[in-house]
Design a protein around this ligand. Structure first.
Ligand SMILES: C[S@@+](CC[C@H](N)C(=O)[O-])C[C@H]1O[C@@H](n2cnc3c(N)ncnc32)[C@H](O)[C@@H]1O
Length: 231
């Protein structure tokens, strides 16, 4: 995952507007669970949504990657963060809202593990609570053979990231980074194992987890959103 490039993560995704995404998430929550107070961001990464959401909700975060969590700890020192796998973590507490954003659910890779993650997040909800999952891209949106590249500059480093969209059947993204800083230039290769799930597979997972499902086509970033209310 992002273990070797956690320090570059925020620069690589600097095009994302976490503040306005968090405003939209808050609106979606308030429309469905007006009195929501407690919130859990699963696969919280470097804590950029938590930075804004913790202004309105008593928030906690979970992530598998300790390097990402170290950055989140610096960003949101007052938020409790946990190291855990979204399929298995057990916090022994319930929340009004659970989130799994920016396609992190794709890292579960298989339908079985995606269902486990959805069930586990649902188990951490209070009755009437809400789960919001932003899925991975649909197979139709994946342009096989397309080359993606971007360069980002900060005061500390310059990073160039490049990837070729491999055939979906391989179920992976191979990301190549060139990172230059005052100590020199390094080359990092990262392989991300991802699952491509259909609308029916997500719907099934939510229904099996006892969640009343709603699907918003556009969502936060055009990838859509699945919302489940625990009844
Ligand atoms: C694309 S990043 C999204 C991070 C953050 N939500 C954001 O919007 O920037 C995916 C995150 O999922 C985390 N992750 C991957 N597999 C996971 C798992 N099984 N359980 C918990 N977190 C996981 C990674 O460590 C990474 O922080």
């Amino acid at each position: 995952m992002f273990t070797k490039t956690a320090k570059q993560y925020d620069a690589v995704y600097s095009y994302k507007d976490y503040e306005s995404e968090s405003e939209l998430i808050t609106k979606l929550i308030r429309e469905r669970v007006p009195d929501a107070d407690t919130l859990l961001d699963v696969a919280c990464g470097t804590g950029k949504h938590l930075e804004y959401l913790s202004e309105s909700f008593t928030s906690q975060g979970v992530d598998l990657d300790t390097e990402m969590l170290k950055i989140a700890e610096e960003r949101v020192p007052d938020v409790t963060l946990h190291n855990g796998d979204m399929c298995e973590f057990n916090l022994n507490s319930k929340f009004d809202v659970a989130l799994c954003l920016f396609s992190s659910i794709g890292y579960t890779k298989t339908v079985e593990r995606m269902e486990q993650a959805v069930a586990n997040m649902a188990n951490h909800l209070n009755p009437g609570g809400m789960l919001l999952v932003e899925p991975w891209l649909s197979p139709e949106a994946w342009l096989e053979g397309k080359i993606h590249t971007n360069t980002y500059e900060t005061e500390e480093f310059i990073v160039t990231r490049m990837m070729v969209a491999e055939p979906i059947e391989r179920g992976r993204l191979v990301l190549e980074y060139m990172i230059g800083d005052s100590s020199g230039i390094s080359h990092v290769t990262e392989t991300h194992e991802m699952g491509w799930f259909t609308n029916d597979e997500y719907s099934n997972a939510f229904t099996k987890a006892g969640l009343e499902l709603e699907h918003l086509e556009e969502g936060l970033t055009g990838r859509g959103i699945y919302i489940g209310i625990k009844r």
